[in-house]
Write a protein that binds this ligand. Structure first.
Ligand code: ADP
Ligand code: MG
Length: 353
């Protein structure tokens, strides 16, 4: 309700400024664009000046142009082309994200692996592979051939020279599970620099909340009901000044000869080279750094609920909500049921940890 009031006020401000023809900056309630293969929405609740939105979207586009494996000439594409040949010098932001990706790979025992690129291409995840006959379900033989290329230990990072080298020919980095989170952090940095007290950054469900709501109450973030229409939520997270990111196996699937194969989703188990089947339908991670929330939500989906929860509990300032196929919900120890997470769908139940 309060949000609506703010929206109305902003609309009123726009009307007033346009009537008066003053020099006041153009104010917008929100802005959206399709970048990083997803819908990016920014809502600045106070002083949402057009130039700040522009600055944020320019930065997100820059991150995409540097870090997407699918953009010709991006640093990641260059690193992939130079696999087994030579190291590639990269700007600090690319180095920073790849370095963190490798750290998360280590922390998750390889469940998150930024070198999953060749397997992602084989399954045609994201549908960006123009080869004929895709998507299709690859044979075990094809998978086995590529699996040795998936190994985060073969990413050589040289901090002094700011270079990245994939030691084996055919290796390929894919930052699809971490770049959106980094982009959200960068958007938030611009927002905080501009001293905007309340804002929402939503990069395709990769949410970052700046501050509290204007009435000093927490933000309410819906947790998507798996397999339901987008926007239908089974519960609400109440939180502030943090990032909330969900990895869900229901978000992408293969349609092959007209049949929906929900078991063939976009979250790959790097040891099997197949979509992870761990009994989890989604993993929501809440933590301050969106890049971590993004990477860990993928890692944990692949790890499954027991190992995943162990990892969450070992990370400082990280909380999680897991939804299992059997409709049980698990909350990490720092979340209180009915306070931080409010369940609104009786088909699901919160299980004791
Ligand atoms: P979404 O993009 O739907 O938010 P994620 O953040 O979990 O989901 O990222 C999934 C993407 O990350 C996949 O499309 C693929 O490019 C890549 N990916 C898939 N499995 C892994 C993995 N185990 N480790 C690292 N990246 C992965
Ligand atoms: Mg992710």
């Amino acid at each position: 309700m309060r949000n609506k009031l703010i929206f109305l006020t902003l609309t009123a401000i726009i009307l007033i400024t346009s009537c008066r023809r003053t020099e006041a900056p153009e104010i917008r309630p929100a802005m959206a664009d399709f970048i990083l293969n997803t819908v990016c929405v920014i809502i600045l609740y106070d002083r949402g000046e057009a130039h700040i939105y522009e600055e944020i979207f320019a930065r997100i586009r820059e991150i995409e142009s540097r870090m997407s494996a699918f953009i010709e000439g991006s640093y990641i594409a260059r690193i992939n082309r130079a696999a087994g040949i030579e190291p590639v010098r990269v700007p600090p932001d690319v180095f920073f994200v790849v370095e963190r990706a490798v750290q998360v790979a280590e922390l998750s025992n390889g469940a998150f692996d930024p070198t999953v690129g060749p397997i992602v291409a084989l399954w045609d995840i994201g549908g960006r592979n123009p080869r004929p006959g895709l998507p299709r379900i690859p044979s075990q033989e094809e998978i086995d051939k590529l699996l040795p290329l998936v190994n985060w230990r073969n990413v050589e990072l040289n901090r002094e020279n700011q270079t990245i080298f994939l030691t084996e020919p055919g290796m390929a980095l894919d930052l699809g599970a971490i770049a959106k989170g980094y982009a959200a952090d960068e958007a938030a940095a611009i927002i905080r620099n501009a001293r905007i007290p309340q804002a929402i950054v939503d990069l395709g469900g990769n949410t970052l909340l700046v501050g509290l709501k204007a009435d000093r109450t927490p933000w309410r973030v819906g947790v998507q009901t798996p397999f339901a229409e987008r926007g239908v939520y089974l519960g609400v997270v109440e939180t502030w000044e943090t990032s909330v990111v969900t990895s869900g196996g229901y978000e992408q699937f293969i349609i092959y000869n007209g049949v929906h194969y929900y078991q063939y989703h976009h979250l790959i188990c790097p040891t099997l080279g197949r979509p992870a089947q761990t009994g989890l339908i989604s993993a929501t991670i809440i933590t301050g750094v969106s890049m971590d929330a993004d990477a860990f939500s993928t890692a944990i989906f692949v790890l499954g609920h027991e190992k995943g929860m162990e990892l969450v509990e070992s990370m400082e300032g990280m909380e999680a909500i897991f939804i299992l196929e059997d409709r049980r919900i698990f909350l990490s120890s720092g979340l209180a049921e009915g306070v931080d997470f409010i369940l609104v769908n009786d088909d699901f139940r919160i299980a004791g940890n």
